[in-house]
Design a protein around this ligand. Structure first.
Ligand SMILES: [Zn+2]
Length: 450
């Protein structure tokens, strides 16, 4: 239920009432339309932040076309406009990191040019390789599974596999083993062979699973494609392929940090969200609207609110870089803190904030039960969200490095929505933001009562 919308509807019904004089009608219409507009303005601001961060110019906020850099500049600029204070004279905390950047990738099978992100992706650790015409070796998962019954048949299978794969491209048909360790063996098959054996050939995994892109901080001597199962056939033709990747040892990234002083300056409440995403491969970029332009917009919304309403405790806002590569920005921050970590009363991390039709879920809420109870109380009193789902600890976003240091923290993400994740379809227009205002109001009251 959208309380904001309900209020506005009620007001306009009153305004329409025939019992009121024209002037009075005009006056309250003006008054309440300002209130209703103000409520929508919060979501409008979030929408404009998401539109900017997901635009092609920001190149998926990653490792090509200065995407991450441009995003950091944009956020610092918003901090400045909202009047957030700098720490040590800067909004930025710079750091460097290794990253394997997939700059371009193409694949043509059975005369069809496949689309990156939609039809295929490459493993993020892949190295550069151009097309080589070669025979294909089809790995046979059924025989592999059967061979596992006896040690002798397994050894036999491996010996045959070693001989048959030599100098060939390797194709893995779509197949799901019942035991996960076998799926792992399947996925890492090429790693069992020496780099020389994987030179000038590629590995092709066909899969039923949704294609979910990720990043790697290492480069392997293997070129691996993950392809939608609909392109698999026993008489597959590999017409063309190519991967262009670059291993950068010291890629420059940054965290963006701002401060709003509270009545009580001794304790700090830290609000965090990562602004980076997966970047761009060739001309396909990953907009990362839900992950995590939405969380960045949420953080900026809270900053906007508290720039006009002085908080009880001093608030520190941190937009982290390089989360998608393995929480790099937040680990860097806890190792090189610009604030006294011991003074942090509570940390709120937001990642994937664009939905909420099915409520929110909070990592660490079954650990910090007092804070969870408070949040639940506020929610039931105001009817903001359908549910606040409990969850234990999980090192899956930027709260984790802080939590590992003993800092009380929540990681909140929304439930529901279109379900696009780490693919080119996570676009701004797929987020309806219907619960955005409710979630913001919920956390404003929570922060005020901490
Ligand atoms: Zn994320």
């Amino acid at each position: 239920m959208d309380v904001g919308k309900l209020k506005c509807k009620y007001v306009f019904n009153v305004v329409d009432s025939k019992r009121l004089t024209l002037n009075f009608k005009f006056f309250i219409s003006f008054l309440f339309s300002t209130i209703c507009f103000a409520q929508n303005a919060e979501t409008n601001y979030a929408r404009s932040v998401i539109t900017t961060l997901t635009s092609e110019e920001f190149a998926g906020r990653g490792y090509v076309d200065d995407g991450m850099e441009k995003s950091a500049e944009f956020i610092a600029n918003e901090f400045e406009k909202l009047g957030l204070k700098k720490i040590n004279d800067s909004y930025f905390q710079d750091f460097t990191m290794p990253i394997n950047v997939i700059k371009n990738a193409k694949l043509k099978l059975n005369d069809k040019e496949l689309k990156y992100g939609e039809d295929f992706i490459v493993k993020p650790s892949s190295y550069s390789q151009n097309f080589h015409q070669k025979e294909i070796y089809h790995f046979e998962p059924e025989y592999f599974a059967i061979s596992l019954k006896y040690e002798s048949s397994f050894i036999d299978f491996i010996q045959k596999d070693m001989l048959a794969q030599k100098g060939k491209h390797v194709v893995f048909p779509p197949y799901q083993f019942e035991v996960d360790s076998l799926n792992q063996y399947y996925k890492h098959w090429a790693n069992f062979y020496k780099p020389e054996e994987n030179q000038n050939r590629s590995i092709f995994y066909f899969t039923k699973d949704k294609l979910t892109a990720s990043l790697s901080q290492v480069q392997d001597s293997i070129a691996e494609f993950i392809v939608n199962e609909k392109y698999y056939s026993k008489n597959l033709n590999i017409d063309d392929y190519g991967i262009e990747s670059e291993f950068i040892n010291n890629f420059k990234s940054k965290n963006v940090i701002g401060k709003i002083e509270g009545e009580n300056k001794d304790s700090l409440i830290v609000i965090t969200a990562h602004y980076d995403h997966l970047g761009k491969v060739g001309n396909v970029y990953f907009p990362g609207a839900n992950d995590n332009a939405s969380g960045t917009a949420f953080l900026l919304n809270l900053a906007k609110y508290y720039s006009k309403n002085k908080p009880k405790y001093t608030l520190i806002f941190i937009a982290f870089g390089a989360e998608e590569a393995g929480l790099i920005g937040s680990y860097h921050f806890v190792e090189n803190p610009l604030i006294d970590l011991k003074r942090i009363k509570f940390l709120l991390n937001f990642d994937i904030m664009g939905a909420g039709e099915d409520g929110i879920q909070i990592v660490n809420s079954s650990i910090f039960t007092k804070e969870y109870e408070l949040l639940n109380q506020i929610n039931s009193k105001n009817n903001y969200l359908k549910q606040i789902k409990k969850r234990g600890e999980a090192c899956n976003s930027d709260h984790c490095p802080f939590y590992e240091k003993g800092i009380p923290s929540f990681f909140t993400y929304t439930l529901g929505g279109a379900g696009h994740y780490h693919d080119p379809f996570d676009k701004g227009e797929t987020l309806n933001l219907s619960e955005f205002q409710n979630i913001r109001d919920l956390f404003v009251e929570f922060i005020n009562k901490l």
